[in-house]
Design a protein around this ligand. Sequence first.
Ligand SMILES: *[C@@H]1O[C@H](CO)[C@@H](O)[C@H](O)[C@H]1NC(C)=O
Ligand SMILES: *[C@@H]1O[C@H](CO)[C@@H](O)[C@H](O)[C@H]1NC(C)=O
Length: 398
Amino acid sequence: MKLFLCICFLSVAVSAMAGQNDLDEILREGNNKFTAKMFYEVAKANNEKSVVLSAYSVMPPLAQLALASVGESHDELLHAIGMPNDNVTKAAFSFANSKLRSTKGVTLQTASKIYIAENYELNSDFAAVSRDTFGSEVKNVNFIKNAEVAAEINAWVEDQTNHRIKDLVDPGALTSETKAMLVNAIYFKGIWKTPFNKHQTADKDFHVSRNKVIKVPTMYSMDYYNYTESTELDAQILEIPYEGGEASCVFVLPREIDGINELEEKLKDPTVLDKAMSKMHEMEVEVYLPKFKIETTTNLKDILQKMNVYRLFDSKKARLDNLLKHTSDLYIDSALQKAFIEMNEEGAEAAAANAFGIVATSLVINPIKPPVFKADRPFYFAIKTNLITIFNGIKRGE
Ligand SMILES: *[C@@H]1O[C@H](CO)[C@@H](O)[C@H](O)[C@H]1NC(C)=O
Ligand SMILES: *[C@@H]1O[C@H](CO)[C@@H](O)[C@H](O)[C@H]1NC(C)=O
């Protein structure tokens, strides 16, 4: 009897653990695929420009809308974010929400809200799930008062993102025809585990293309990092950790000055970077990395349609039946994302002191010359926690 009970308890404990690992795995895989697809489309839409996006932060609002929809409209959304059914979706996103909020050493602020025209009555169950599972709100607004509504949305976004993200919505984009709008903003602030020395930052060449060189403030460091060289990606890979040890920024630097477009194509495979990163190990690396700020506004409606999420935006095909009290003709008119990132000596945000200085000559005791990671040409970056990629983008030299 005792043994039997014991086995029972054991198997309950084991299956509870498996549950969490499964969620981890489902989220990671869903995020990897969704991020790879969205990155590819956003990079293409911003041809030749630096770009930053957070595919991760688009997943919760899509999950939220999936839970509010039925039929093909519902299945298309779940498929896009890699979720098998509604229950797993709820469990996965409450889990992700709490886990990411508590990532040590970094501040991650996402603001997502669905705005619905005043004549639609919200389903109270949906409002409750939005709030409890996603920590997100749904709100009725009068789109006819476009200037007022845009000001309200923009003030809310600004507030949620430490005043870093402004003017997300253009009043001109709202009309009496607007029925529903999805806004999404994300702001990240991390402090490097080991800051770069400001006195070693200096203007250095950056190869915008094969025949255009500009000068950009470039940080310098010689330290132990996780590093590898990938023949598959034809690139060097370097990981710089943030304080707290749970998040890091991964930089992928093509060997060729104009190798970034080819790298973009390779990163369409959502597993290729993780595979290359599994070969990283700690070694001393000499690092040259430009300081930069990137802000990108993404028309999510365009991008999502290219990713085969289109029913949501189609007045005839959207079936957001559980979002409202009475079944109706609601669809999403527009969806926007604005993401902001800053990299400097102290981390992703801090007072940017532009101290020029003399690069101290480092004493190389190591008889084997450490590899040089010189980011003097367009490169890829991704901010990752052990669970998922939160942000990624491309730094070019416009
Ligand atoms: C989802 O959860 C509900 C309530 O816990 C349960 O009744 C239902 O069978 C579950 N559905 C699936 C597909 O697991
Ligand atoms: C290298 O990666 C391992 C595993 O993720 C981590 O524990 C270690 O702290 C990293 N080392 C450095 C120098 O970042």
